[in-house]
Design a protein around this ligand. Structure first.
Ligand code: ZN
Length: 358
């Protein structure tokens, strides 16, 4: 099998160094990597501002060696070419795969990949984060980046599962080790936080939620969060905890906001011996109150992304409808307008863009 005909050129969004506006242009289709696949994109999502301060500072500067890059670190598509050196692959021509954006270099000698932490690899692949991503008709990926899309999962869901789903899952299950008998406070119900909420409900822990948007809290109530466990908008979380007799009961605070205020609240409301799980990065710097943290003997855990297995596991939860990622879809061509809408707060969940050929 050779696959469908591939055009010589494709359309892609590119960000040029020093230019905030993305440019939609016709460029060559990338060659099929010998150890990977050429994938026809069916849905793409992710950070749209590669040089935005909203992403992790270490990754956010425009790569110095590049003049332009295709953004989009969440992708899903069809394998249309298989590299000449791909052997015994789990995937074949025509398969639909979610794209794990951070498969790393894959070397067992790599200080990170050797410990199964490819997402922390400093030399390997990071699609859409300093290397070409999914806002294009085609993407070239290594075989290690392909994750089979389970039946019943849409390409848009598959795309956002690779980060918004995986990061939330990894944070709650692997890093936070949240268990059924715990009481958790969750700050922030954006794209990641809402997925995290569903994972916590699946685990069976009690979860108290706080967000600044009434409509989002209503959606959480529909998922089964009792009204008594929803901090009213505008209410001080510390007061809510006191008034509801929850002092000394909060095992873990999962902070998907990451502001100075939420981190301060977290240190104050968590019980002695508890855990602060830190995922959001709205403030680059927050303050550790050493007296509180030492006296309470707290554990502070950070999370960034997730491992390949986390993508597989969260896709399984999506297939089982345990996690229903909030995702809105739009057209590739509307990318600049969608960026504008994101800035103006008109997009309430995660966006996945569908290329014109779909
Ligand atoms: Zn590596």
């Amino acid at each position: 099998m050779t696959g469908p005909p591939i055009p010589s050129t494709m359309f892609a969004w590119r960000k040029y160094k020093g230019n905030q506006e993305p440019v939609y242009e016709e460029i060559p289709v990338p060659p099929t990597p010998a150890t990977g696949f050429l994938v026809k994109i069916l849905a793409a999502g992710g950070k749209v501002y590669i040089d935005s301060p909203h992403i992790i500072p270490a990754l956010s500067p425009f790569p110095p060696e590049l003049d332009f890059v295709i953004p989009g670190h969440e992708g899903c598509g069809e394998i249309v070419r298989v590299g000449s050196e791909v052997q015994d692959s789990k995937h074949k021509l025509g398969d639909i795969v979610a794209i794990y954006a951070v498969p790393g270099c894959g070397s067992k000698d790599c200080p990170e990949c050797g410990r199964d932490l490819p997402h922390l690899c400093r030399i390997g692949e990071h699609h859409g984060i300093g290397q070409d991503g999914s806002f294009a008709d085609y993407i070239a990926i290594d075989a290690r980046a392909a994750v089979a899309l389970p039946k019943g999962v849409s390409p848009a869901e598959g795309a956002v599962a690779t980060d918004a789903g995986t990061t939330a899952y990894s944070a709650i299950v692997k890093r936070g080790k949240i268990t059924k008998d715990q009481t958790v406070v969750l700050f922030g119900l954006g794209g990641l936080g809402f997925n995290a909420l569903q994972v916590i409900l699946w685990i069976g822990a009690r979860v108290i939620i706080s967000d600044t948007r009434e409509s989002t809290l209503e959606e959480a109530a529909k998922l089964g969060v009792p009204r008594k466990d929803i901090v009213p908008v505008g209410k001080s979380v510390q007061e809510f905890i006191k008034e509801n007799g929850l002092e000394d009961k909060i095992d873990t605070v999962a902070d998907f906001v990451g502001k100075t205020q939420t981190f301060s609240d977290a240190q104050n409301i968590v019980r002695y011996g508890g855990t602060l799980l830190y995922v959001g990065t709205l403030s680059n710097y927050t303050t550790v109150d050493a007296k509180i943290c030492i006296k309470k003997r707290l554990t502070v855990v950070f999370n960034y992304g997730g491992q390949y297995e986390d993508v597989v596991e969260v896709l399984d939860l999506i297939a089982k409808k345990v996690v229903r990622p909030q995702v809105e879809t739009g057209s590739f061509k509307d990318f600049p307008k969608i960026v504008q809408d994101l800035h103006e707060g008109k997009v309430k969940s995660r966006m996945a863009l569908l290329p014109s050929h779909t």
